[in-house]
Ligand binder design. Structure first.
Ligand SMILES: [Zn+2]
Length: 134
């Protein structure tokens, strides 16, 4: 069974189109200069509508994680067990993603991770993370 492809809306369309090109975009407020995620029209800190897209370097640290043993939907039934983590990006925002690749199930709080992309159908890609050596 194929994994689901992203469902776009006006706020997320630039994010998913950049992901197709293996780039992780987050937003930054042009008034208070704070970066934030998920993407939205108004800054969550000062409510300015002057926001812009910036590219994340794709490095971060695991803030928390859980191991999924029972898939929440049939599409994910062949995947488990797998790791869902909250990752603090180097730029500051916290994102949710899977930890994939070698040693994913040994993920721990504080592990350094780096961005990778998981291919879905029709050219769509989902930003995920893998543990990095250092
Ligand atoms: Zn702001």
């Amino acid at each position: 069974m194929n994994l689901p492809v992203p469902a776009l809306n006006a706020d997320s369309k630039p994010f998913w189109e950049a992901a197709r090109a293996s780039r992780l975009l987050i937003k930054q407020c042009d008034a208070c200069m704070r970066p934030f995620f998920p993407p939205r029209h108004l800054c969550p800190f000062c409510w300015s509508d002057k926001t812009l897209w910036i590219e994340s370097r794709g490095t971060g640290t695991i803030y928390s994680y859980t191991v999924i043993h029972r898939a929440p939907a049939p599409e994910f039934s062949g995947r488990g067990p797998y790791v869902v983590a909250l990752v603090d990006l180097a730029e500051g925002p916290r994102v949710m993603a899977n930890i994939v690749g070698a040693g994913a199930l040994e993920a721990a709080v504080g592990d350094r991770v780096k961005l990778c992309f998981e291919e879905r159908g029709e050219g769509w890609k989902v930003p995920q993370f893998e543990r990095s050596a250092s």
